[in-house]
Design a protein. Structure first.
Length: 64
């Protein structure tokens, strides 16, 4: 299975540990956070595309 070795400063590691919910491993927390960011970026990109595509329709609807 592919893996990623990421370096964090001592301060960053402490922030990660502090933010990790009880009962969740640091590895799971960081893994899930990365996937959430990927999903967020995809949704933002899709929303921008929908806005771009529907701009003409919104303008026509506003004129009625």
């Amino acid at each position: 299975m592919p893996a990623l070795n990421i370096t964090f400063s001592d301060e960053e590691m402490e922030q990660l540990r502090s933010a990790t919910p009880a009962g969740t491993s640091l590895k799971t927390f960081v893994h899930d956070a990365a996937l959430v960011e990927i999903h967020r970026a995809k949704v933002a990109k899709a929303a921008a595309e929908v806005g771009r595509i529907s701009a003409g329709l919104a303008k026509r609807l506003a004129e009625k």
